[in-house]
Write a protein that binds this ligand. Sequence first.
Ligand code: ADP
Ligand code: MG
Ligand code: ZN
Length: 726
Amino acid sequence: MNDQILELLEKYFGYNKFRPGQREVIDSVLAGNDNFVLMPTGGGKSLCYQLPALAMSGMTLVVSPLIALMKDQVDALKADGISAEFMNSSLSSNELYRIQNDAMAGKIKLLYVAPERIFLDNFKILLNQMNLSLIAIDEAHCISEWGHDFRPEYRNLKMLKQFFPQTKIIALTATATEKVRQDILNQLGLQNAKVFISGFNRPNLFLRVEKKSGAFEKLLQLLKRYKDDSSIVYCFSRKETESVAENLRANGMNALPYHAGLDPEIRKQTQEKFIRDEINIIVATIAFGMGVDKPNVRLVAHYTFPKSLEGYYQEIGRAGRDGLPSECVLFFSRGDAHKHEYFINEITDLNLQNTARKKLRDVIEFMETNDCRRKRILNYFGDTYNEENCGNCDSCVAERETVDATEISRLIISGAIQLGGRFGGGHLVDVLRGSRNKKLLNLGHDRLPIFNLANTFSTDFLREVISELVVRGLLTKDAGMYPIISATSSGREFLTGTEAMLFSRKKTANFEKQDDEEYDRGLFEKLRALRKQIADSLGVPPFVIFGDKSLREMCWHFPTDRESFSRVSGVGQSKLEKFGDSFLQIISAYAAENDLTGRPFADAPIKIKRKSATEEITFELLNQKKSLEEMARERKMAISTIINHLDNLAKQGREISIDHIRPDETVCNQVFPAFNDCGVEYLKPAFDYLNGAVDYDTLRLARIFFRREQETRSTTHNMEHGTHST
Ligand code: ADP
Ligand code: MG
Ligand code: ZN
């Protein structure tokens, strides 16, 4: 195809390849179609119209909802050497006049405007005289009342097709729902548009849920880890934002509150300070976000959980737009559910009230799940996600242990039966733990046989087992806000049977998620300071100069001259000329001072080392030929945890010497055929196949040997036939 497009990408934006989906959209725009693009936040939607704008002869008109965003985007384009302007009420009439003239004279490639301007009579006349090749409607969901950011002015965009029947339109959004999508297509008259939908996955976001006990301290520690980066903390109420921000400041953190009740001028200043890297932390209600395209937000924390998963995904979407690893932490307490319910009960429309309640329940289920969070949320949005382990959420990276919950499961199921299937999980737990709360005593539930029989287990653990029993179909939950728990027929069967109940649970997690990219932090600080200084002198936000990704690459490759500098991602011709020398100077001084050289550019992106320290310790012990029991004892861990470590090490392709812990031959002879028949991706089929005769730990251990033997067999096989593959 025409690789003029790739050349433009490199020359202006300094990127050497497209993100998924971009190329297809760009080709379709250039082929003269109307287009509708749905891509996740940070997916790179802007490029889908900016690049065609450069390739086409006329001007591209960009409709964008927020004045603040327009300016940043135009500044960024200018820094890339692209002639872009915006027109809105913040400009003087002189400036507006100059821009109009430039536009008429064909000197402008991209013109950003707010929707209301297009339909001003004189602007319409003007547009008719310009050579308009494309109209881009960014944040197109603003046209829909079904969306979360409805803007009445966007409604006028309906008329675009009538006024400019010849001009092609591209509409872009990150909003997921089908209803909104249809609405956009109808409203804009895009019946024949090509529709491009990428999934909603944001692979660079680490998702996790944290119990809210001791939350402030946890939040503080978290923010300290990101003290040189930007973070957003979402709160439930204005009052909460103020108190959290104040507490953070009292602890030396550079935080400010943000909510709709603040003076607009203050709000604007706070946002500006954040964008310009003058404060690190915004503590906000959901009012904050829409106007923020800051690409390097590294942490989004929800101090109180949000009322819907739509809101949650939208808010965490503000993390890591630049594609670099970023973290999202959600603090969960059941108590916070009451805050939400209070407002839900105030909703007078019963339908809306029910919807709100359902959404709240979905959030709670998401927070309680033991499953991959990413899979859960993507499924919620109707996106399928088939990876077994996403490797980037608390469930998937957690150390797991297999627990035998047979006895406690029996108690729980009996409890549900004794309560007659008329109470929720909270009450069931209270009875099992022998609580003496008033409701319980009034009901006489302290006289139930099951009362107090599980008093040695924590509430959280009991809750977890209940969820697991629901997942396995031994209990059911009805659809209320406090779902009633009852035993199913398989639950009753379980009580009389001999089956064991084993499940794998997260060990109490301690996620010190290390910043695990290797790049020189010292140089990074210096380059960040330079970036800030240049940005200030030009009156633009720092990310307009270079993104964090570009800086990190500089701190990995240590470019020494203009040629190598231009190979850093994000360095196009214009930025090379404007900023190259100042950056090169600092880099070479730093390299000389510390006696460092960089890595070559040839296919050597920044390495991410992600090995968990705990597995390394097990690895060491294993090399000393310790037995499983010895390792478990020394590490004060369950044998199942040790086996998990071995499993992970094997999956990473590490050379591990495990022959001394091979299960008995009789076991292998039993298990391997089961693996052959049932596959080894999941263990449950083999477990069932063997009627539970071999426990999960042994299966997991045996699987390592099984896989190995299969591998040796297939390589020898290949070598015999001379088809050695890599
Ligand atoms: P969206 O509008 O979809 O949320 P943006 O258009 O703001 O996303 O792009 C997000 C980030 O990704 C920006 O920092 C942008 O520079 C970067 N980006 C876009 N396309 C590419 C690419 N092909 N290669 C590298 N970075 C890219
Ligand atoms: Mg965008
Ligand atoms: Zn996961």
